[in-house]
Design a protein around this ligand. Structure first.
Ligand code: SF4
Length: 412
């Protein structure tokens, strides 16, 4: 729900506490992310977790894939706490999680949640034993678990069983349907087993990730209708750059609009040298542009056209968005509601003043052939006209002044 005139009926789900963060049970949709450092490298992992948390990730998942990685987890937690970064850590376990968690109780204690994939727990009798060990460890340390099914690693026995059942039915469905059904059955049956072992419903989060937009929507609609566990949404292997962003947004926006999803992760492949934090920014922007949450003031900007041949307004739009994102690290702790502020940077007078009036603060740069002045609107009123070489700095100063005068100081 937001201040806009719309409402979304969130699916009702059982709330799960993950450290200091609440997932589901009516809590706002949580943004999470995952590191891509080698967890054994404590320094690099701490640095990336802190970077993701600074960008706004409310939970950060780390790989725990070896004895060395499990050994490093408690140290990572301690270093983060020393830095004042208390973001809850989620451990990602595959194949050997049962051994790692029982061999390193300090690792189990330092994590706020375990993520296990029922397709990667083991096979046959071992699967059940190892799954039980994981769940018993979660119960012992009072930790929630995400049962995260992925179509790239579906339990083969489960898939074979569902294929057989489908073939024997009077109305057999196509292979895609069988795959979707196997994903959902794997999540639900694993959750039921976890409950039988003793894990409370308020310690269980489910996910069923696929890489196709339509498949993801169908899987989650069905999963959401068949249970009330908290749900983690995400497109797996979303891809790189605009493709990954568009595919994730297309799928998640539809589900979120239907009230489905308690936490989201955007699985973007970073460009070489690109920042891991981009996945956090994309997740926040999906939620914020949909009016579901507010994190950072957003800048509206026109696309530009033949009426403005200068790139100045593009540079100003980019620099002011970066500026408010950086400043939010401090503003968030000082001012109430500043994340709802809206800015507009426009390329000429055609739509410039109009759009500027709709924002809290808007500036309209001169288009080709227009007088080289930039009117600024604050809460719909023209307050000043900027000109000369210092427009960017003067505009930033107007933003700073607006923040300090408009938003109440937080009581610390
Ligand atoms: S505001 Fe002006 S420069 Fe920007 S797209 Fe519209 S007409 Fe073009």
């Amino acid at each position: 729900m937001s201040e806009n005139n719309f409402s979304i009926n969130r699916r009702s789900s059982v709330g799960v506490r993950v450290g200091s963060i609440m997932l589901g049970g009516g809590a706002p949709v949580v943004v999470q992310s995952m590191t891509n450092t080698d967890t054994v490298d404590e320094v690099a992992t701490v640095e990336q977790v802190a970077q993701l948390a600074r960008a706004g990730s409310e939970l950060v998942r780390i790989t725990v894939n070896s004895m060395e990685a499990a050994k490093a987890v408690a140290g990572i937690r301690a270093r983060l706490d020393e830095m004042g970064c208390h973001v809850p850590l989620v451990g990602d376990f595959h194949f050997n999680g049962h051994k790692l968690l029982t061999s390193y109780p300090e690792c189990a204690k330092a994590l706020a949640k375990f993520r296990i994939n029922p397709g990667n727990v083991g096979h046959g009798k071992k699967r059940d034993e190892q799954f039980a060990t994981l769940i018993e460890t979660a119960c012992k340390y009072d930790k929630p678990v995400r049962i995260g099914v992925n179509w790239g690693s579906l339990d083969p026995e489960m898939l074979a069983r569902i294929m057989d059942e489908n073939a024997a039915s009077s109305n057999p469905q196509d292979a895609k349907y069988v795959m979707r059904e196997a994903l959902i059955a794997s999540a639900l049956e694993s959750a039921a087993k976890a409950e039988e072992i003793g894990l409370n419903r308020n310690k269980i989060v489910l996910s069923c990730k696929v890489s196709g937009v339509q498949d993801l929507i169908m899987v989650y609609r069905d999963l959401a209708a068949r249970c009330d566990y908290a749900l983690h949404l995400g497109l797996t292997e979303a891809g790189m750059g605009s493709k990954g962003i568009v595919a994730s947004t297309a799928a998640l926006a539809i589900l979120l609009q239907e009230g489905i999803g308690d936490t989201i992760r955007i699985s973007l492949t970073p460009e070489p040298g690109g920042s891991r934090s981009r996945e956090v920014i994309v997740a926040q922007e999906i939620l914020q542009t949909m009016g579901l949450r507010a994190f950072v003031p957003l800048v509206a900007a026109c696309p530009g056209c033949g009426r403005t041949t200068s790139t100045y307004f593009q540079e100003l739009a980019e620099s002011i968005q970066a500026y408010v994102r950086d400043e939010m690290i401090v503003w968030r702790g000082q001012y109430d509601g500043v994340e709802n502020m809206t800015l507009a940077v426009m390329g000429c007078v055609v739509n410039g003043p109009g759009e500027s009036k709709h924002a809290n603060i808007g500036i309209s740069l001169p288009g080709s052939g227009e007088t080289p002045v930039a009117p600024v609107f604050v809460d719909g009123q023209k307050t000043v006209t900027l000109k000369g070489d210092n427009i960017a700095n003067e505009f930033r100063a107007i933003v700073d002044q607006y923040v300090s005068e408009k938003y109440p100081r937080k009581v610390v």
